[in-house]
Design a protein around this ligand. Structure first.
Ligand code: BMA
Length: 750
């Protein structure tokens, strides 16, 4: 295979998914193993159509990546060397065969070549997505293990938690599901009363404390580190100020409602072998560093590896967990639904003990998808709608049966449990996906016109950095309309939209670097506008999860972290706009102080007026506010004193420190930005920046050096130097770091 990430090689690697593959190895079976009463082969994440043979004889078959398969292998083993083979049939061809059999189309949007992906159970995005490489990988993707035992094997271990009203007592019930050597299954339970339970809190709301329990069954011991906490998803009906009925979507943890701040998660690499614990940790630590408390595991990907959930528990990242269905109409015949039942029975029991999982959501955008395709709308709609309802019912029942303490949210977006109506543009109930700005090309301030209860998707694209772009095309092709570069844009018209947006808001950038940089700046402005506007609507709005956190290959996309882990402007901005204490300027000359802490905050809000070439503020007004815990305080801004082109700087001074934001009243292109002279001095990994004139989106970049700055993408003001600390993520000397460092800002793009 040529490197599928480079140029247009993706086209040259499609044969991989159209072939059958045999994976084999030998292993020793010792007498010790062979004399056990039961010997089974257990496969997790076996993707997807595999026939297992041992010593040439068929042992079993798999058809669903998301199920766990357990095959009796005792009759097939012999003393000494054994050969095990997995014969993987082409998933693309299997999907096509199923399409012929069902005699009806089951379209999925965004897939590129393998059009019948909805008919098979493997990650939808293997067939490509509007940010993703199409590579129909197949193979053993999870744990593949032989278990030999005389007594029994442990299949699942999980617990339920019942708290008293003030969380000073928890009754923990542990369930252990076992199968004995004769194949008989049973469940053992144990009740553990815990006084003063150590509570687990999401990031930003408290510590992540853990309680450890150990299960011993026969020769096996399993230790679980669990977080004790109560998570509720509230969907209470209410009315807005105009009397219009709606319903909330809010998350309450240990009795406290928390504003959810985060992003959507896609598989962290298109290749399974690159989905390493290090990569998960790096991305999740970046989420925590950006003040996130929730990640949405999106339904077009996969049930993640165990380490992902362990890390989310450890770091206090709540999970909105989609079931793996996305942007498609799916069949609902007995075979398909039977498969779905089995996979949910497994995945829900496998994952339910994780403190991080807040809710199960039936799918991504499948209600909306009913009307996206010619083949499914119009007179065919009732038929496909029925199938959707049948699948939702199966999912709903599985969650109720296997994890009754968690909310089943039918779809994202939707109005709430039991409501299967299309909630696409509905900002009065449940969650919404707001794509008006990107997919419908509205201006950034259109975000202000929505009043979501919970926005679980909204996004704006950017190009990756030059260093990532250089990994997928030759230097001569570093141009947004060069074919190799365009190939790394999977959303039709995406590059044009980004360029058109530049023309709308900015003076047009000169050169490739300026263009790449500006694309990231405008993406950060779009997301900042949405989040600040919606956080200010708390408690009407109780959550914002932007699309998307990460990439699965090097590409232009909506991500805030590019492939390889480097933060874009957006990720630095997210760290600020998700800060627990924020001040923001809003349309209608309003200021909002956002307080996501559990305490009332005494704040000084300093409102300064600046000229674009000013050396100091032209005026400064100080307001004293007391902002209630967990609230947004919105009030009138002091009147502008001066005419002419001005911008405002808002400073929020509290016991926690100072938070600074700026506030412009027109597009950047409308102003004559000053040619600021930003001076850079470096001491080890500390970078001090100072300027003679206001400089916007000041960007420190360590090209080719892995690591992040303590802050970046900032407004630098004269007389207010800023010192950034760079934390390397690999081995690098201070001298190498200094050599790699460049600093630029908005005025330098033209
Ligand atoms: C959403 C998602 C994804 C998609 C993204 C960008 O609606 O659910 O399917 O990648 O938009 O178009």
């Amino acid at each position: 295979m040529p490197d599928p990430f480079f140029g247009q090689n993706e086209k040259k690697t499609q044969w991989v998914g159209r072939h059958d593959w045999t994976v084999s190895r030998t292993f020793e079976a010792t007498d010790e193993v062979l004399k056990r009463k039961a010997i089974v082969l257990r496969l997790e994440d076996c993707d997807a159509f595999c026939t297992i043979r041992i010593n040439g004889r068929e042992v079993g078959r798999t058809t669903d990546r998301f199920q766990r398969y357990t095959f009796d292998v005792k009759p097939y083993l012999r003393a000494g060397e054994n050969r095990i083979e997995g014969v993987f049939r082409s998933p693309e061809k299997e999907a096509d065969k199923r399409r012929e059999k069902v005699g009806r189309p089951f379209p999925m949007s965004n897939v590129q070549w393998s059009k019948n992906q909805a008919l098979i159970r493997k990650p939808a995005c293997h067939a490509g997505w509007d940010w993703g490489l199409a590579q129909m990988v197949t193979g053993f993707c999870g744990e593949t293990r032989i278990l030999a035992y005389d007594d029994c094997k442990i299949d699942y271990v999980y617990s339920t938690q019942e708290f008293n009203a003030d969380f000073t007592h928890c009754d923990l019930t542990v369930y252990v599901e076992i199968t004995d050597a004769d194949g008989k299954a049973s469940t053992v339970t144990s009740k553990i009363p815990i006084d003063n339970p150590p509570l687990w809190w999401p990031n930003g709301a408290g510590e992540q404390k853990f309680y450890t329990y150990t299960v011993k069954v026969g020769s096996q011991t399993i230790t679980r580190k669990i977080g004790l906490r109560k998570v509720e998803v509230l969907n209470t009906p209410d009315k807005d100020e105009a009397g219009k009925p709606g319903a909330r979507m809010a998350v309450r943890v240990n009795g406290r409602e928390l504003f959810m701040k985060g992003a959507n998660w896609i598989p962290c690499s298109a290749f399974e072998n690159e989905q390493t614990p290090d990569r998960y940790r790096d991305l999740l630590e970046s989420a925590v560093a950006a003040n996130m408390n929730m990640i949405r595991v999106w339904g077009g990907g996969q049930y993640e590896k165990d380490c992902f959930y362990d890390m989310c528990d450890e770091m206090g990242l709540l999970l909105w967990h989609d079931l793996m269905f996305s942007c498609a109409v799916y069949p609902a015949d007995e075979r398909f639904l039977g498969s779905v039942r089995e996979e949910l029975k497994h995945q829900v029991r496998r994952l339910r003990d994780h403190a991080s999982i807040a809710l199960w959501c039936g799918d991504n955008e499948c209600v909306g998808a009913l009307t996206w395709f010619e083949e499914t709308k119009g007179e065919n709609l009732p038929y496909y709608k029925k199938l959707l309802e049948a699948r939702h019912k199966v999912s709903d029942e599985a969650v109720a049966k296997y994890d009754p303490q968690r909310m089943f949210w039918p779809s994202s977006p939707c109005a709430g449990p039991g409501n299967y109506a299309n909630n696409w543009k509905n900002d009065s109930q449940g969650d919404m996906h707001n794509w008006t700005v990107w997919h419908e090309n509205a201006s950034f301030d259109a975000y202000y016109t929505f009043r979501p209860r919970f926005c679980s998707e909204f996004g704006y694209q950017s190009f990756p950095s030059r260093e990532v772009a250089e990994t997928f095309c030759a230097a001569k092709d570093l141009n947004p309309t060069a074919p190799d570069f365009e190939w790394h844009q999977k959303n039709p018209g995406g590059n044009q939209r980004m360029l058109e947006t530049m023309a709308r808001y900015f003076r047009f950038p000169q050169g490739t670097d300026a263009m790449l940089y500006l694309s990231q700046v405008q993406q950060s402005i779009a997301m900042k506008t949405a989040v600040e506007g919606w956080r200010a609507q708390r408690p009407r709005c109780m959550g914002t999860l932007y699309w998307q956190l990460n990439d699965n290959w090097p590409v232009a996309s909506w991500s805030s972290i590019e492939y390889g882990g480097k933060w874009k402007h957006l990720h630095y901005q997210a760290k600020r706009f998700f800060d627990p204490l924020v001040v923001v300027g809003l349309p209608g000359d309003k200021i909002a102080v956002l307080n996501d802490t559990a305490a009332d905050v005494k704040a000084k809000v300093i409102v300064e007026e600046w000229a674009f070439d000013g050396a100091e503020p032209l005026s400064s007004t100080t307001l004293e506010r007391t902002v209630k815990a967990d609230s947004a305080d919105v009030f009138n801004a002091p009147e502008c004193k001066l005419a002419g082109p001005r911008f405002r700087v808002l400073r929020l001074v509290t016991a926690a420190g100072e938070f600074v934001n700026d506030w412009l009243f027109d597009y950047y292109k409308a102003y004559d930005l000053a040619k600021a002279d930003v001076k850079v001095s470096v001491d080890g990994f500390k970078v001090t920046l100072q300027t003679d004139k206001p400089a916007f989106f000041v960007w420190a970049n360590a090209k080719g050096v892995r690591g992040e700055f303590s802050d970046n993408s900032l407004t630098l003001l004269p007389g207010r130097p800023v010192t950034l600390t760079f934390t390397p993520k690999g081995k690098v000397t201070a001298a190498e770091f200094r050599k790699s460092l460049t600093v630029t800002h908005l005025r330098e793009t033209y």
